[in-house]
Design a protein around this ligand. Structure first.
Ligand code: PEP
Length: 261
């Protein structure tokens, strides 16, 4: 991977084709006077918008990511998307194991592990999401849950392949998704909570992979916004952000990008 801070925008199923084009054009304008060479920025539109967004990004340093992909390469898998096609559409990254995929669509870490290998084989960089629910945290299992997601999702991945992987620690309770949050409140992780778990993930990676575990980029995700981005990104073990809601509006996303410069 890169030692650069990486800021990613996950547009989920929230922007249609025209809105995605509008949003990416707005982002290009809002960031045009910034020197982005010291960081990496990507946006992840829906599958149907990838091609148009890639065309709009042609002269921009901002990279393209997909939000998911198949564990298969090709064949009779109705509705699935091959990593080969994502690559040919200009994707550099693919987000895998997002908590919405795990919880709503029942994706297991075993399935995500197959997708991780398929992505790496096809030259896509992986943003692997992990994170505990509110209940798992309340029952004192946050370390256990994150360690299990890491060890199963990364099974068979060697230290050399880590350079093409980002880990996004996204506590489910902090994600700005009222449908998944039993209280209906938006509760970002405090910098102390984020730091504690990022240190845990970093230690897990180092104890599993040795020195290469120190090089991997750890993004924080969960209600990152202009008001808390600077503080979160100043934590030594937080090397970037995966941003949902605040990435939909170019001005807000640009403020977060500026916090990383
Ligand atoms: C996400 O879903 O990856 C995310 C971080 O969303 P939000 O920024 O809206 O909490």
């Amino acid at each position: 991977m890169t030692n650069k801070v990486v800021i990613g925008g996950n547009w989920k199923m929230k922007l249609g084709i025209d809105e995605s084009i509008q949003s990416v054009k707005g982002l290009i304008v809002a960031t045009q006077n910034l020197d982005l060479s010291s960081i990496e920025v990507f946006v992840a539109p829906s599958f149907v918008s990838l091609s148009d967004v890639f065309t709009a990004l042609k002269a921009s340093p901002i990279k393209l990511a997909a939000q998911n992909m198949s564990e298969y390469v090709e064949g009779g898998y109705t509705g699935e998307i091959s990593p080969k096609w994502l690559k040919s559409l200009g994707c550099e990254y693919v987000i895998l194991g997002h908590s919405e995929r795990r919880r709503i669509f029942g994706e297991s870490s075993e399935l995500i592990n197959k997708k991780v290998h398929n992505a790496l084989t096809h030259d896509l960089k992986v943003v692997l999401c992990i994170g505990e629910t509110a209940e798992e945290r309340a029952s004192g299992r946050k370390e256990e849950v994150n360690a299990e997601q890491l060890s199963i999702s990364l099974k068979g991945v060697n230290a050399d392949q880590l350079k093409n992987i980002i880990i996004a620690y996204e506590p489910v309770w902090a994600i700005n998704s009222r449908g998944l949050n039993p209280t209906g409140d938006i509760i970002p992780a405090t910098p102390t909570q984020a730091e504690e778990m990022h240190n845990f993930v970093r230690n897990w990676l180092v104890s599993t992979y040795g020195e290469q575990g120190n090089q991997i980029c750890l993004q924080y995700g969960g209600s990152m916004q202009p008001s808390n981005a600077k503080e979160l990104l100043s934590i030594p073990s937080v090397n970037g952000g995966l941003v949902g809601t605040a990435s939909l509006k170019p001005e807000e996303f640009t403020e977060i990008i500026k916090s990383a410069l």
